[in-house]
Design a protein around this ligand. Structure first.
Ligand SMILES: O=C(O)CNC(=O)[C@H](CS)NC(=O)CCC(=O)C(=O)O
Length: 270
């Protein structure tokens, strides 16, 4: 594993595939110009809208998003993690909320289906029933071993509240874990950063968290603060509240140093 720059993209996606893909390409371009070799896009980067509208367009969104990710990876010669985005399942009227990792040849290296679905009545009055249109993935995420980038694990948004998923990835050797998200503004202000730092600290690994930000449609507002956190829990970069890019160095020497200073992974009892 080499030292390299990674980017967490922050977007305000809307219910319009074409304009979202254009916004995503602009930000990939920015990240690559800054030197990023691994770029993460947030949950719902290609479409953020009513569940029913997403479902109606799922086939097109799923297909076009996968084509887009491969094309961008090749065009910008960069590794990209994109998602979640809807991919039709065998069950009628249900999709998988899917995240994929593609390399600079446009090859899909790894794929994960969001396992924990956001069925929550948020105290701000918004009701979320992700399971009404999404099938929960039933498999733990695989960790992909890249000689250049290290062991990379994928998760999606609400998954971040379930530490057992990240412990599993840690046991598979994960050095870098992705949490692409569309966190609500209401929960995000109190929970987002704390949860991400906890996952980084307890697994002594990097966390890369691309995010949605701003107002998308109706009353849906997201928290922003795409960030990259190091294995000690330090925030290396934070994209704030506007669309943009958080960028930071992923350094294997830092992982080794922190694991030497705080060998908690070796002290697990259960
Ligand atoms: O809002 C939208 O339209 C899009 N959002 C999403 O697709 C997903 C599933 S509904 N959001 C989350 O998982 C939020 C989690 C979260 O905010 C928390 O855990 O607090």
């Amino acid at each position: 594993m080499n030292s390299y720059l990674a980017a967490a993209i922050q977007m305000t996606s809307v219910p319009d595939l074409t304009s979202n893909l254009a916004q995503a390409e602009e930000l990939i371009d920015v990240a690559v110009r800054k030197g990023a070799q691994l770029v993460g896009l947030p949950e719902n980067f290609s479409f953020m809208g009513e569940e029913k509208e997403k479902l109606a367009q799922a086939e097109v969104i799923g297909k076009e998003t996968q084509i887009f990710l491969k094309k961008m990876a090749q065009r910008y010669q960069v590794n990209i993690i994109g998602g979640g985005f809807p991919v039709p399942s065998d069950t009628i009227d249900k999709v998988y909320n899917t995240a994929v990792l593609v390399d600079s040849n446009g090859e899909e290296l790894s794929c994960y289906r969001k396992a924990h679905l956001f069925d929550v009545n948020v105290p701000d009055g918004n009701t979320y029933r992700e399971s009404s249109t999404v099938m929960a993935g039933k498999e733990l995420p695989n960790v992909y071993l890249s000689k250049q980038l290290g062991h990379i694990g994928l998760s999606v948004c609400y998954d971040v509240r379930f530490p057992e998923l990240y412990r599993h990835m840690s046991q598979q050797g994960a050095d870098v874990m992705f949490v692409p998200a569309a966190f609500t503004a209401f929960t995000g202000k109190d929970h987002w950063q704390v949860l991400l730092q906890a996952r980084a600290i307890e697994n002594t690994c990097y966390i890369i968290a691309p995010a949605q930000t701003g107002v998308h449609y109706d009353r849906r507002q997201t928290h922003g603060h795409a960030m990259i956190i190091d294995p000690w829990g330090m925030i290396l970069d934070d994209a704030g509240e506007k669309p943009g890019v958080a960028i930071a160095e992923i350094n294997p020497a830092r992982i080794e140093q922190v694991r030497r200073q705080m060998p908690s992974l070796e002290h697990r009892v259960f």
